[in-house]
Every structure is written in structure tokens, then in C-alpha cells.
Design a protein around this ligand. Structure first.
Ligand SMILES: *Cc1c(COP(=O)(O)O)cnc(C)c1O
Length: 380
């Protein structure tokens, strides 16, 4: 097969006139910051995921941090899984906590409940449960022996039915390569009214938003209805979402069913056509990443081979306990993650892919194995 002359990225966002027009509307409205689009997005997103409250923020990372700060979770121990993005390992450090990294289940690559139980400390006041690649973390099992706070990391779960409903609060990501991207952005969802009311002003230095202090009709007139004064009695930060981001999210939300359908189609075709060559990942409705497994001896060679064919791949994720920043506080064995992560390779999976792109990946993955094991595979 002829080598394509453009790179097939492992992940990429897809947008068009709808997003461009939505941004144009925000720019022309004169209200670029946190305003009506954010309010609408929070409402619609809460409905989508079945949560009572939603707070839009500028990233999932700052959202997770903000939840801990709102609840006063600090100076303690926080459990998080070794297969995850750097955020979940580092956020505990921001709050003067130990980042207690535990091993994962070899199939789901989510927290291993047994290892959570083994590593619980008397001062473990929170667990960050990551739905890895959209596969639900075993929160029910963890609840059977732990009754503290669970933060559900739904960065890969937008949207899997039921996601976000098991943790005490959930945090979602709209970062550029996530399933419902806006460049950068996130959402905190919870059913806890008290937490919600605390979080809102904390996204802006403890101040209530100017938009909420204005009567709609008076938005830009400066006439009565605008209240410039405010009081601050809570330590806040600066991490709210703005209308430019929310406008893109609202359009991406309309396209979400279509985009997820494309991701699931990619997953299904890889699963069927690469059976026998790779180990398929566990099923996930969102398919944030297609995390296949291959023999560790083949993994890096396959990555290079595909790169030569202009197919980009990735690894989700290198275990977090291997990074120096948290290594010292996690000097123990990770028998599952240390073996399993060396098998991981994420194949291209995003809504910009058509059937030709899938054919292309399938062909070259098969070709790699046929070259290596000519007697076992005869596909060329
Ligand atoms: C992407 C990601 C985050 C961080 O999301 P941002 O919106 O980029 O801050 C957190 N957790 C996991 C598991 C992620 O993949």
C-alpha cells in the first residue's frame, strides 16, 4: 500500500462552520468572558450527565484541585492510580498531600481495589478514581471498605452512561483531544448543593460573577440592574470557563453522538480486523483512547514502523510512579502496571477518521506482524 503523504494523528479535534459561527457570535456580542454561553453550557451539561449542579472551569486539572480546596482536603494522603495523566498524581502535591499511587487491574487498567485497600492509610482522605480510556473505575467495590471522599475523574468519559454518578464529585475535561473538546476547559459536576455554592465563587477569586450581577436586558448599558459592588469572604482562584470556550463546547455537544459513533466504529473495526494481531482494549462507550496491547518486545518497534508510514500512535499511559516528582513517596512494587504498560500502544482514534484511514492503519499493523512472523501471518 502506498505511504500516505500526510500524517494520520493519533488524536485530533474536528470542528467546522458551526464552531466558527458560534465564536463569531460571542465576539460580536461584546461579552467574551464568563457569561450566558457558560450558563447555558453548565445547564445543558448537567442535564446530559444527570447531575444536579455543574461548574464550568478552564481545565479538568484546575477543577480537581478546586474541589479538594473547596472541601479543605489538604495535609493528608490521596490515593490515585498509576495509569493516568500527570494531573492526578500532582494535584495532591499542590495541597500538601502525599500522592499515594496504587496499582491497576490488568484488564481495565483502572484502580485495583485490592491494592487500594492494601495501601489505605489512616490519613487517606480522598481517592481520585480515573475512568481510564472511558472504562468505569471500580468505585462500588472501593466503597465497600472506604467511606471517604471519592473524586471521579471523567476526563475520558464524556459521555458514557452512568459516568460521573458514582463519585462524590466528578470532573470532566474538554481539552483539545478529548471527546468534546473546546481547546481547553473542564466541568465539575456534583449533587452536593453546599459544595456547588462554594465552588462557584472560588472559580473567580471569591467574587460572584459580573454576569450574575446584571439583569439580562441591561448587559452592556450600565443602567440600573448592574451591581458593581461585591464582598469576598472565601479564598478563590482564577479558573472559570469563558463564553468563547463554552460556545465551542455547545456546538461540540450537539455533535457528540455523531463523534462517539465514529470512535466506536473505529474501535469495532480494529477489534474485528486486528484480532489475532493485537489485544483489543476493554470496551468503552467513549473510546477516548484505543489502548491496544502487543508483546512488549514488539511495542516500540511497532510505534516506529507505523511512524514511518505516517501513522502516529501514543502510550496511555506510562505509569506515574516512574516519574521523579512522585517516585520517592511511592517506593514499592507495581507488579501489574510495570508489566502491562510496556504492552500499551494507542492507535489513531478520533472523529476525523474515515474508512480509508482505518483501512490504512489495519493494513500497516498487519504488515508489521506479517514481516516479523511470515509463517504465522500471511496477509500481504
Ligand atoms: C486529560 C486528563 C486530565 C486533565 O484534563 P485537563 O482538562 O487537560 O486539565 C485529567 N485526568 C485524565 C485522566 C486526563 O486524561
Amino acid at each position: 500500500m502506498k505511504i500516505r503523504d500526510t500524517i494520520l494523528p493519533v488524536l485530533r479535534p474536528v470542528g467546522g462552520d458551526e464552531e466558527i459561527n458560534a465564536i463569531r457570535e460571542v465576539i460580536e456580542s461584546g461579552w467574551w468572558g464568563k457569561g450566558p454561553k457558560v450558563a447555558q453550557f453548565e445547564k445543558e451539561f448537567a442535564e446530559l450527565v444527570g447531575a444536579k449542579y455543574a461548574v464550568a472551569i478552564n481545565s479538568a486539572t484546575s477543577g480537581q484541585d478546586l474541589v479538594l480546596k473547596a472541601l479543605g482536603i489538604k495535609d493528608c494522603d490521596i490515593i490515585n492510580p498509576t495509569i493516568s495523566f500527570m494531573s492526578t498524581a500532582v494535584i495532591p502535591l499542590w495541597n500538601n498531600c502525599t500522592s499515594n499511587i496504587v496499582d491497576v487491574d490488568p484488564f481495565t487498567m483502572c484502580l485495583d481495589p485490592e491494592d487500594v485497600r492494601k495501601n489505605l492509610k489512616s490519613n487517606t482522605n480522598a481517592i481520585i478514581a480515573v475512568n481510564q480510556a472511558g472504562v468505569p473505575a471500580p468505585i462500588d467495590q472501593i466503597r465497600s471498605f472506604y467511606d471517604g471522599f471519592i473524586l471521579e475523574d471523567c476526563a475520558h468519559s464524556c459521555y458514557t452512561p452512568g459516568a460521573g454518578s458514582k463519585g462524590d464529585a466528578a470532573v470532566w475535561s474538554f481539552q483539545a483531544v478529548k471527546t468534546m473538546p473546546c481547546g481547553d476547559g473542564g466541568m465539575i459536576t456534583t449533587d452536593d448543593k453546599e459544595l456547588y455554592e462554594k465552588l462557584v465563587p472560588m472559580t473567580w477569586l471569591g467574587i460572584s460573577s459580573t454576569y450574575s450581577r446584571i439583569k439580562k436586558d441591561d448587559c452592556l448599558s450600565g443602567k440600573p440592574g448592574y451591581s458593581w459592588d461585591y464582598q469576598v469572604d472565601i479564598l478563590g482562584y482564577k479558573c472559570y470557563m469563558i463564553d468563547l470556550q463554552a460556545a465551542i463546547c455547545l456546538e461540540q455537544m450537539k455533535k457528540l453522538p455523531k463523534h462517539l459513533q465514529i470512535r466506536r466504529r473505529v474501535q469495532k473495526r480494529y477489534n474485528e480486523e486486528l484480532a489475532g494481531f493485537i489485544q483489543a482494549p476493554p470496551h468503552s462507550e467513549t473510546v477516548q483512547y484505543y489502548c491496544a496491547k502487543v508483546d512488549p518486545e514488539d511495542r516500540d518497534n511497532l510505534i516506529s514502523f507505523l511512524a514511518e508510514k505516517n501513522i502516529h500512535t501514543s502510550v496511555h499511559f506510562k505509569p506515574l510512579h516512574l516519574y521523579d516528582i512522585v517516585k520517592n513517596m511511592n517506593q514499592r512494587d507495581y507488579p501489574v502496571a510495570d508489566v502491562e504498560w510496556k504492552k500499551l500502544i494507542s492507535l489513531p482514534c478520533h472523529p476525523g477518521m474515515n474508512d480509508c484511514d482505518i483501512d490504512y492503519v489495519v493494513y500497516w499493523v498487519k504488515a508489521f506482524f506479517a514481516n516479523k512472523y511470515p509463517n504465522r501471518f500471511n496477509i500481504l
